[in-house]
Write a protein that binds this ligand. Structure first.
Ligand SMILES: Nc1nc2c(ncn2[C@@H]2O[C@H](COP(=O)(O)OP(=O)(O)OP(=O)(O)O)[C@@H](O)[C@H]2O)c(=O)[nH]1
Ligand SMILES: [Mg+2]
Length: 253
């Protein structure tokens, strides 16, 4: 006999073809492989357990029962016996319809978790957002420079964490007054992207003069976010005792 390696998905395909699993379960095997967080994995495992297939089989047989009763009624329309009343048929069909709608409704929430959670990095220009993003990703994704307003576009990357993955994006530093059209567009893009992100990491340059704190507070309002994680940057440039001080002041707002 000849021995060869199984192709990708071959065991699953054989399982399906031999009636050992239904199509939803075969699909679940793939969902488990490509899942990128624990929520997706749990959803795929539910699918694999065959509950979707069972529900569909039940609905299908209920539909067939109803159909055969209606057909019998048509075939023997001359007789006095009634196989199924109009009300009974409507009742059974709407019950099946409700169950199918519930299944569909649940599948929408499954779709929703396919999108990874997103984390936006916000802060004043030059706060050190791009450098932080690059360090987290372990590569030079964004341009870092000593000049303010370096980043203008939204730069999106996938970040792998220990258990999960998320989408991380860098954007222009927020300012209260845009000076020209490009700045204005960059601000709009940043605010829109931050508005759609699940969490905002808010960078504050700790080495800035204390008077600049008001600017950070104003910018923080621009993000319009509740899920905000304040991060102090450039702490290497100031005394450890002062760091504590700045963080406390920021936490007050
Ligand atoms: N010493 C020190 N310098 C930093 C740190 N983080 C950033 N910088 C420097 O600060 C400057 C601005 O950094 P960026 O990451 O470009 O800042 P940004 O917030 O992306 O700026 P914009 O894109 O213009 O809004 C660069 O010269 C960085 O090297 C830090 O933790 N320590
Ligand atoms: Mg930048």
């Amino acid at each position: 006999g000849e021995v060869r390696m199984a192709g990708p998905g071959e065991f699953t395909a054989r399982g399906y073809l031999n009636g050992r699993m239904d199509l939803a379960q075969a699909e679940a095997v793939n969902e488990i492989i490509v899942s990128s967080n624990r929520i997706q994995l749990a959803a795929a495992q539910r699918l694999l357990s065959g509950r979707l297939g069972e529900a569909l089989t039940r609905n299908r047989s209920q539909l067939f029962d109803c159909l055969s009763l209606i057909e019998a009624g048509l075939d023997f329309s001359e007789e006095t016996i009634e196989f199924i009343s109009r009300d009974d048929a409507v009742g059974r069909l709407s019950q099946i319809k409700t169950e199918l709608e519930q299944l569909l409704g649940a599948s929408v929430s499954y779709e929703a978790v396919i999108d990874l959670p997103s984390v936006g990095v916000a802060g004043a220009p030059n706060a050190g957002k791009s450098l932080l993003v690059n360090r987290l990703l372990g590569k030079k994704r964004s341009i870092v420079s000593r000049y303010r307003k370096t980043t203008r576009d939204i730069l999106t990357s996938q970040l792998s964490l220990e258990q999960n993955k998320c989408v991380l994006f860098d954007c222009a530093g927020l300012i209260s007054n845009a000076e020209n059209i490009i700045e204005k567009l960059a601000q709009q893009a940043a605010i829109e992207a931050l508005g759609h992100s699940d969490v905002v990491v808010f960078c504050v340059d700790l080495s800035k003069a204390n008077e600049k704190l008001a600017e950070d507070i104003a910018i923080r309002r621009l993000t319009g976010k509740k899920n905000l994680l304040a991060v102090g940057t450039k702490s290497d440039l100031l005394e450890p005792a002062l760091i504590e001080n700045r963080i406390t002041e920021l936490g007050r707002e």
